[in-house]
Design a protein around this ligand. Structure first.
Ligand code: IMP
Ligand code: MG
Length: 184
């Protein structure tokens, strides 16, 4: 770790909370009438690239039946921490017609990404869409964007690690850290 990074959530805390979220998700779907009747798999869609570690750790803790797919969205093209308008670059490969979808993202900031992806998936006549985010920046989300499942509420700092990047870097760090330009 260099002096630009201050650990915000360590590895053990990430894994413990993700196990709890998995339990919350299991309980939610096991209580849905359609799941009780059909055990139809929940289609878990990770928003690439940021959600990959959260998704990998979460799905291995779930008991419900799942299928996995991805959607690729670009948010911060280039060397910036200022979000541009999110754009879908790659769609999920399977048909989402009548599917029960659980959308996963690394972080909810303004909520524009989740909103845009959700609206786009709804056009594909999904049966239901729930969302889960590992991190949520407090106080910034657009009104009406309330994820079904949230890992941690965090302050409004730019964070890296565990999937989150700055200009494409630091995603592979096993913990979440606050990134600062000047090392403070
Ligand atoms: P939103 O559309 O404003 O909710 O932003 C969500 C997306 O922006 C996430 O999928 C992340 O890719 C990215 N993002 C937001 N905040 C951060 C951050 O602090 N570090 C790295 N990426 C972030
Ligand atoms: Mg992202």
């Amino acid at each position: 770790m260099n002096n630009k990074m201050k650990t915000l959530i360590d590895e053990a805390s990430l894994h413990a909370r993700i196990a709890d979220i998995a339990t919350e998700i299991d309980e939610y779907y096991l209580g849905q009438w359609w799941y009780m009747r059909t055990q139809e798999p929940v289609v878990i869609i990770g928003i690439l690239t940021g959600a990959m570690f959260f998704m990998a750790d979460l799905v291995r803790k779930l008991s419900i039946r799942v299928e996995l797919d991805f959607i690729r969205v670009s948010t911060y093209p280039g060397k910036t921490t200022i979000a541009k308008k999110p754009k879908i670059i790659t769609q999920p490969t399977r048909s989402l017609h009548n599917a029960h979808v659980l959308l996963l993202d690394d972080i909810l900031d303004t909520g524009k990404t989740i909103n845009m992806v959700r609206e786009n998936l709804e056009l594909q006549s999904t049966e239901s869409i729930m969302t889960a985010v590992l991190l949520r920046k407090t106080g910034k989300a657009l009104t009406g964007v309330t994820p079904g499942f949230v890992g941690f509420d965090i302050p409004d700092d730019f964070v890296i690690g565990y999937g989150l990047d700055y200009n494409g870097r630091y995603r592979e760090m096993p913990y979440v850290a606050v990134w600062s330009k000047d090392g403070h």
